[in-house]
Write a protein that binds this ligand. Structure first.
Ligand SMILES: [Zn+2]
Length: 323
């Protein structure tokens, strides 16, 4: 009968994992059930299991995990100039795994005390890495802080790997492996999702090859060298960058040289990025009679919330501005 004292085995998998054995009269059961629900909401475990320090990495990992990945950096900020707050450090300490790009981009993440840390630039296959010297700007060396260790020269390697879909593709097997090490129960789904994403990256590559053909010889002037992987992959023409390192000012000689390059190239647009100061690009555009167009290496603004949307936006922006 309902009014009799009974034993209930209550197992909640939805809110958190615990088993409660209650010996209670049925008429109180409903009150206790509601109380438990409220309690479990209050002590709900933090979902900050996989964290990243840049949006494009979040977009890539989300394709594999099938769910949202926590990004330390607020939307609209640049990983180059961001500086973490104590609450970010705490969040990172609680996470299972942290993915950051490179010591010379979001290197501030190195001090986080996360159990598992993955520096992506170190796990990309060697033959997929882009050496900065390939695109000149050599005269700019020396103004950069020299960052390297015995095994890897950070000064030589461009960290913005994600602007080449095929580099992203080359990274997928090892990303699946790293994620499966911390969440082995999801290994199968990670692998399946990565397979689908890999096919999508091949499709993007074919589409970009075709679409970018018509602007191959138009010089691309960037806000900072964030799209060299894309330029390299599709045989495009790099004109120069307004800033080699975001936040580090250029010499007047460098700018005079850049103005000449823009004018000589005959392009009608130069590019800026939503996460960086627009002022330098506006001044340069005025001095060279060009327009300012947008390339977004980061995303998560204006609906650019998947890797595919982000990259397609940029390819369209390049075409619209230069064709
Ligand atoms: Zn950058």
């Amino acid at each position: 009968m309902l009014s009799e004292a009974r034993i209930f085995y209550f197992y909640s998998t939805y809110f958190c994992n615990f088993v409660i054995i209650i010996k209670i009269e049925m008429k109180y059961f409903i009150y206790i059930f509601i109380s438990l629900l409220l309690l479990s909401c209050g002590t709900k475990q933090s979902k900050h299991e996989i964290i990243v320090t840049s949006e494009p990495v979040a977009l890539i990992l989300q394709e594999i995990t099938g769910s949202e990945v926590d990004n330390i950096i607020p939307s609209g900020a640049s990983p180059h100039t961001f500086s973490p707050k104590p609450s970010d450090v705490l969040k990172a300490t609680k996470a299972d795994i942290l993915f950051y790009v490179s010591k010379n981009m979001d290197g501030w993440a190195e001090k986080f005390d996360t159990k598992n840390k993955v520096e992506l630039i170190r796990i990309i296959p060697e033959n997929m890495l882009l050496h900065k010297d390939k695109f000149g700007d050599e005269h700019h060396h020396g103004e950069e802080e020299e960052v390297h260790d015995d095994f890897f020269n950070y000064e030589e390697i461009d960290p913005h790997f994600w602007t080449d879909p095929l580099v992203v593709k080359s990274l997928l097997p090892i990303l699946v492996q790293k994620l499966a090490e911390v969440h082995p129960e999801n290994a199968k789904i990670y692998k399946e999702n990565a397979g689908k994403f890999s096919d999508e990256l091949d499709e993007m590559d074919a589409e970009f090859t075709e679409k970018l053909e018509s602007i191959k010889f138009k010089s691309i002037f960037l806000a900072h060298p964030s799209f060299l992987y894309l330029i390299n992959r599709y045989g495009l023409t790099y004109g120069g960058s307004i800033e080699w390192n975001p936040g580090v000012e250029n010499s007047p000689n460098y700018l005079a040289d850049l103005i000449k390059k823009i004018t000589d190239s005959g392009v009608r647009s130069i590019f800026t990025e939503p996460q960086l100061s627009q002022k330098s690009a506006e001044v340069l555009a005025e001095q060279t009679g060009t327009k300012v167009a947008i390339l977004d290496p980061i995303g998560n603004k204006n609906g650019l919330n998947t890797y595919s949307k982000l990259m397609k936006y940029n390819v369209k922006s390049l075409k619209d501005a230069l064709e």
